[in-house]
Every structure is written in C-alpha cells, then in structure tokens.
Design a protein around this ligand. Structure first.
Ligand code: FEO
Length: 170
C-alpha cells in the first residue's frame, strides 16, 4: 500500500510524463509542418514513449492501492526558432524529468517503500538513456552547423534513430 506522500508524488510524476508526451507531440507537429519528416517521426515516437511512461505509473499507483489522478495539462510553451533550439529544449526537459525521478527515489527511501524504489529503477535507467540520446543528437547538430546538406542528412537519419543504436550517420 502506498503512503499518501508516495501516492501524491507518483501522481505528480504521472502529470509530468503526460506533459512530456504533449511537449514532444507539439514538437512533432511543428517538424511535420516544416517538412522535417525524420525529426517529426522521431518526435511522434518520443511522444508515444512518454505516454507509455505515464501509463506505467498510472497502473502502478492503482495496483498498489492508490488512485491515479488524470489531471489537466499545461499547453507546451516552446521556442520554435529552429530545430536545434527544439532539441536543446528536449534535452533540458529530460534533465528536469531525471531530477523529478531522483526525487521520487528519495521519497521511496524515506518512506521505506522498497517496492516503489524497485519499480522506479526502470525509470532511472530510462532517464540515463534519454539524456544520453538527447546529448548525442545535440552533438550531431553542433557538427552540422548551418550546412543545408547536413540538415537534410540529419533529418533523414532521425527517421531511424533509436536510443539503443545511436544509429545516426557519423
Ligand atoms: Fe518519461 Fe522522457 O521522460
């Protein structure tokens, strides 16, 4: 059974993951309109993944005797100046999500909730992956600079970019 404090913190994370999904959905739509097919494919996939993160938490809260809260979401406020500012925001957002996951782990320990501590390890690993993935993409963007050809290739590579493979063309 979850403590009230743990349940409230997990419910807050449900909202954060749902908002992450909205943020990446907004990015996907922007990229689609701009004709960045690869970037939009990548962002739609990211958005789906965040929804999965949200659902996994929701089901866990209910399974452990809590009541998952499905709350209203903030409209994403993003800087769409360029695709590189978009990816910078993605990276910064993931760093914030990692901090909130770490905070949940802290709460699980202080509440002596070892089941939740164990459950959260999946998210800890996921955040390492997501931050690393965003960092790899940002490094590639720095390399491209203002090259139009580079941007074309980058967009093309993003279609098949996976966090496991980091299979972007070097
Ligand atoms: Fe579910 Fe990207 O944090």
């Amino acid at each position: 059974m979850l403590s009230d404090k743990m349940a409230a913190a997990l419910n807050e994370q449900i909202k954060i993951e749902a908002e992450s999904s909205q943020i990446y959905l907004a990015m996907a739509s922007w990229a689609e309109v701009k004709g960045f097919e690869g970037i939009s494919t990548f962002m739609f996939k990211q958005s789906d993944e965040e929804r999965m993160h949200m659902l996994k938490l929701l089901k866990y809260v209910n399974q452990r005797g809590g009541s998952a809260v499905v709350s209203a979401l903030e409209e994403p406020r993003l800087d769409y100046t360029s695709f590189s500012t978009l990816f910078r925001q993605l990276y910064e957002h993931e760093v914030k999500v990692s901090a909130s996951i770490n905070n949940l782990v802290d709460i699980a320990l202080t509440e002596k909730d070892y089941a939740t501590h164990n459950f959260l390890q999946w998210y800890v690993s996921e955040q390492i992956e997501e931050e690393a993935q965003a960092k790899v993409i940002l490094d590639k963007i720095d390399l491209i600079g203002d090259s139009k050809g580079g941007l074309y290739m980058f967009d093309n590579d993003m279609k098949s970019f996976t966090s496991a493979g980091h299979n972007i063309v070097q």
